[in-house]
Design a protein around this ligand. Sequence first.
Ligand code: DON
Length: 561
Amino acid sequence: MFFKYLVLFFLFISFSISAKSKAPVRAKKGMVVSASEIASNVGVDILKKGGNAVDAAVATAFALAVTYPQAGNIGGGGFMVIHLKDGTNTTIDFREKAPQSAFRDMFLDEDGNFDIRKSTEGWTSSGVPGSVAGMLFALKKYGTMSRKEVMQPALKLASGGFPITYRFAKALNYYKAEFVKHESTKKIFTKENKLFYEGELLIQKDLAKTLSLIIKNGSDGFYKGEVANLISKQSKENGGLISVEDLANYSHAERTPIFGTYRGNKIVSMGPPSSGGIALMEALNSLENFKFEQNSWGSSEYIHTVSEVLKYVYADRAEHLGDEDFYPVPKKWLISKERGKEIATLVGKNAVPSNKISHANPPKKESEETTHYSVVDYKGNAVSVTTTLNSTFGNKIVVEGAGFLLNNEMDDFSAKPGTANQFGLLGGEANSIEPNKRMLSAMTPTIVLNSNNKPYIVVGAPGGSTIITTVMQIILNVIDFDMDIQEAINRPRFHHQWKPEQIDYEHLGMTDDVKKNLISKGHFIGRERTLGRAEGIIIDYKNNIIWGASDPRGYGKAVGY
Ligand code: DON
């Protein structure tokens, strides 16, 4: 009898385990989760050598610029959210800036229509890169190691080459037709009459030279001298706007994070010029007014509630968000519990049509505020970084002689009110093009602290406009649905951004019944597609375990020790 129960017990355990995702990666001391296994290893090696999470994050960033040129970069920009063991929370904004000669209507054609090719292709699409300035500032202020120590691994990977993975080879081959349009890109990222194959070495000599100059001269190695001259000369020759002065004048900014709480946990996220932290908080503040039963996950009621909230959040985003150095963002109101509650009261049984929803306005004027990787070290520091060239491989233009790809981030500006960018996002005055302004982002690098103010979840993702909803759903999956970090990341996601008026979803994310119920509530079912590629960490203090998970939608890796 006892034996029978024992067998049944083990059967139960094995079934309940097999119904879940594979367990996350487990570690005791530190963890780096990035879109490239080689880059994650670079970060962990730095931790093992005694570096802190910031040292590891900077080393990982430069390694990603070599091994994951789809989004890892020195020709783009991004955001870093830092929590230090002494309780400090801060963010570094190294978002690209519009060149000095950029102007409001620069992407309109003679008839005044938005020409998306101008904002996504060619030299006009590039903002002044921020990654090198941001990384070196983070290292100097919050790191412990020298530039050489953290950049040497990237330099070695660029000069000696690294074996490319199956998926990376596929990505390079997929974009061949675009790469060959630019001699400088063709030379590095294509092969004459042949395709890349898994395991071969990709060597990037010019990039190695640029990295050496940065190691030697710091920011000046990129923003002044040889590299700056190459960028500005080629920009001028090809109708671009980035000048030597734009590069010399680029500045990163250290900014106060967006703070909020969700069901007793403290959220630390990125503020303007990213909309990520504000939109995430506005959504969470509203969703806090609802109670989600454990088995309501994936139900039409759950998807309806979250989608309705998101419509108001994205409507507010389109109206109110932009670079705060240029536009007064009503930040306090947007992330207030009151605004969250107000949205919650507008959620009814049926969907409100998107054209009946418009942004709200703050009660009174306030006085006044894409690849992701997550790092934690054993000292209690945590770093959450999202960085991007915007489109995959940016505008696909390598700076000849300098070996790196340029961003096409100018498309994140609102080129014409009421006209959507490549992510279908709308915007207005707040995000119009102005010289030296930073384009609005959706990047949402986030650290969730527990009630003891210690890092609990470190998470972020690429995915354009879907970044915010990806990060939000992972936080809901962990906090409301009690999932581990791997499962929280794996579960199919959905996405609503107010306009277009539709719920996009992932494969197996919505059954026909759920779709029918949502349609009967007045929703429109959109496209089935991949939504975000998250890289996350959870720290379990009770058992002293760091759990890491890379998104199966990509081919990254969580590496711990
Ligand atoms: O800053 C932003 O919101 C976009 N440039 C991010 C682009 C992105 O996530 C591309 N990855 N899929």
